[in-house]
Write a protein of this length. Structure first.
Length: 338
């Protein structure tokens, strides 16, 4: 496809098991990169289908497991799978294999056509609810792991989970809900230290659209400039400079981190000067190192900064009402404005 930047790749001959919505299928990989692999199989899936693939990379004795999406298909013959959020240890094993075959470095580039790939529109209301769940995954040594956990927030497409084990962003976790008897495969989007000693918070996103919670979520309404202004929470604004760190997963599934600085604070967010521009509604973790605090947030607006090469972001917290621990005076006006 024109305009696509591909990762260095190498030929490989290994069996692949692909698990999709219609069950499992077997095929044979003919080449591989850190962006994806090409599978020869008569049981091809349509472009855009999401799968979980299991395959061996020499000289590894244990299979690798990764989420992916069909990005190209020759019906009845072959399909190209682009990895979604490939775990770092899997990436390093693929890089080592390619270097051994070709002697060249492999860049972390997803096998996607930027012109045809559609951005995710997964959004739903979040409900604060404790639900017992069972998490199952494979550790770095390929051993099966399982533990009981509980949710803090639910959405139709994922959850914030309070767990004991810290899992890496991009890793795959199967979530079983004993109360409903349902389960789904999910991807770890972010991890953070919990306020409960010895526990961690995990942001999980389901790979399918099934509602495993048995909960009726409020109907989501598309946000317009008018409704966004009405819905946005309000408080007074205080000019203050605080060093912060922004942590998020970009559109290619990579974990990103950048340092920024606040310009204005409000009870429910801040105006942050950042070296990168994030899209409206982009979710991320905002951390204030000097305060030893962090909170899940999203971008409500973005505009070029007066400083060359930087961007001003309007940030709104999603889970906290008093992040800054500052007594803000009441203010009937709008929140941190552009």
């Amino acid at each position: 496809m024109a305009g696509r930047r591909e990762s260095p790749r190498a030929p490989i001959l290994t069996q692949v098991e692909a698990q999709g919505d219609k069950g499992a299928l077997l095929g044979r990989a003919s080449d591989i990169s850190v962006g994806g692999l090409l599978i020869e199989t008569p049981d091809t899936l349509a472009e855009g289908a999401t799968v979980v693939v299991r395959f061996f990379v020499p000289p590894q004795r244990l299979p690798l497991e990764a989420a992916g999406r069909v990005v190209r298909c020759d019906p009845g013959k072959s399909m190209a799978i682009g990895f979604l959020g490939l775990p770092e240890d899997h990436r390093q094993k693929i890089i080592s294999y390619i270097q051994g075959v070709q002697g060249i470095p492999a860049e972390a580039q997803l096998l996607f056509d930027r012109q045809t790939r559609k951005p995710r529109q997964r959004r739903s209301a979040r409900i604060r609810r404790r639900v017992a769940v069972v998490l199952s995954w494979q550790d770095q040594e390929g051993r099966s792991r399982q533990e009981a956990a509980e949710t803090k927030l639910l959405s139709r497409y994922g959850a914030m989970v309070l767990a004991f084990s810290e899992l890496k962003p991009g890793g795959l976790v199967r979530v079983a809900v004993p109360d409903t008897g349902k389960e789904d495969l999910s991807r770890v989007v972010w991890t953070a230290a919990a306020q409960v000693p010895g526990r961690v918070e995990l942001g999980l996103e389901f790979m399918s659209a099934e509602n495993v919670w048995g909960v009726q979520f409020p109907q989501d309404q598309p946000e317009t400039p008018e409704t966004a202004q009405v819905a946005r929470r309000r408080s007074a604004r205080l000019p203050r400079q605080i060093d912060v760190v922004l942590n998020w997963v970009d559109e290619m599934g990579r974990v990103r981190e950048e340092q920024g600085q606040t310009r204005l604070l409000s009870k429910h967010g801040a105006a942050v000067n950042s070296p990168v521009g994030l899209a409206s509604k982009q979710r991320f973790r905002l951390r204030a190192p000097e305060m030893n605090r962090e909170a899940e947030s999203h971008v409500v607006w973005s505009k070029p900064s007066e400083l060359p090469g930087r961007t001003d972001l309007g940030v709104e917290f999603l889970e906290t009402e008093d992040f800054w621990e500052i007594p803000f005076p009441p203010d009937p006006g709008s929140p941190v404005d552009k």
